[in-house]
Design a protein around this ligand. Structure first.
Ligand SMILES: [Zn+2]
Length: 174
């Protein structure tokens, strides 16, 4: 999925588990929610180096757990830290349900213990490629779908609207 869906899951984790609820802890949650996609960035920078093949070396439990454990030091209490770990794992759960058309299909959840690929495809995928392909109506529709499913409910449906928190001075204290 795109950073839209992953950031929505980061926001959800922060909303449900974080005790401090500041802009700093929100940043940590959203960073960990998206962290596994660092390979996408590195793949673009290093012009397709095999080490940064998308969803190959970073989309596994070990990678997200190590990063979440590192991020945990920035949070003050056990509940917030446990929520951060779940948020890291949510990246894999979200990606595993996306239709994957590019081989290797799926993600290696238990790498390096096992090289088995997992994919339970039903969620539509974003087409990658040149800007013309990326900015297609189809991709915009999928981004809108991700926004509608993963972001808007967290902002609007949960009992205490987040807007109040965002407006409070305490939110902006790091
Ligand atoms: Zn991913």
């Amino acid at each position: 999925m795109s950073p839209v869906a992953h950031s929505g899951l980061g926001l959800l984790g922060w909303r449900l588990f974080d005790r401090k609820k500041t802009v700093g802890t929100l940043f940590v949650y959203i960073l960990i929610a998206n962290a596994a996609d660092v390979d996408f960035l590195l793949h673009a920078i290093f012009k397709g180096h095999a080490l940064f093949l998308h969803q190959y070396y970073t989309h596994n439990l070990l990678f997200v757990l190590v990063l979440a454990l590192a991020g945990m030091f920035l949070l003050a209490d056990g509940r917030s830290r446990a929520g951060l770990v779940l948020t890291g794992v949510s990246h894999l759960a979200a990606d595993v349900i996306v239709v994957d058309t590019l081989p290797p299909v799926g993600i290696r959840l238990f790498y390096p213990l096992s090289g088995n690929f997992f994919n339970l495809p039903w969620f539509p995928y974003l087409q990658r490629g040149p800007w013309k392909v990326m900015a297609s109506t189809r991709n915009l529709g999928i981004l809108a779908l991700e926004l509608g499913i993963f972001v808007l409910p967290v902002l609007l449906v949960l009992p205490k609207p987040l807007w109040k928190r965002f407006a409070s001075p305490a939110f902006w204290k790091v």
